[in-house]
Design a protein around this ligand. Structure first.
Ligand SMILES: [Zn+2]
Length: 115
């Protein structure tokens, strides 16, 4: 009897999802992992810009929301606030003072909110 017979180390690797041998597995490659909303903290701040323009800045949500995801979030928040906005250095900027609204929306979406 070999030392590892019948143990984990003796078995060929199997896919965790379909339980086929890894060589036979046809599962699609896993999606890039998103960081769960409740593990992210949004820091929301109202800031004054040039010519007295006021923007509400949401920071801290770029982790796990790179590129498209951050753009989707921007679109959602713009619609909810009925305001324009942009992504600036991976931060979300919504035109005008929407501090209370954004706090409420983001916490409804599951994010931790600070600010
Ligand atoms: Zn599989």
């Amino acid at each position: 009897m070999r030392l590892f017979e019948g143990t984990e180390l003796d078995r060929p690797p199997r896919c965790e999802r379909c339980d086929q041998l890894e060589a036979d597995c046809a599962c699609p490659p896993p999606e890039p992992k998103m960081v769960a909303a409740e593990k992210q903290t949004a820091r929301i701040q109202v800031e004054k810009r040039k010519r007295g323009k006021v923007v509400t800045v949401v920071r801290g949500l770029n982790e796990g929301h790179p590129g498209k995801h951050l753009a989707d979030l921007l679109t959602t928040l713009k619609n909810k606030c009925g305001a324009g906005g942009t992504i600036h250095d991976m931060d979300i900027e919504i035109q005008g003072n929407h501090l209370e609204r954004l706090k409420r929306y983001l916490s409804e979406m599951g994010f931790k909110v600070r600010g």
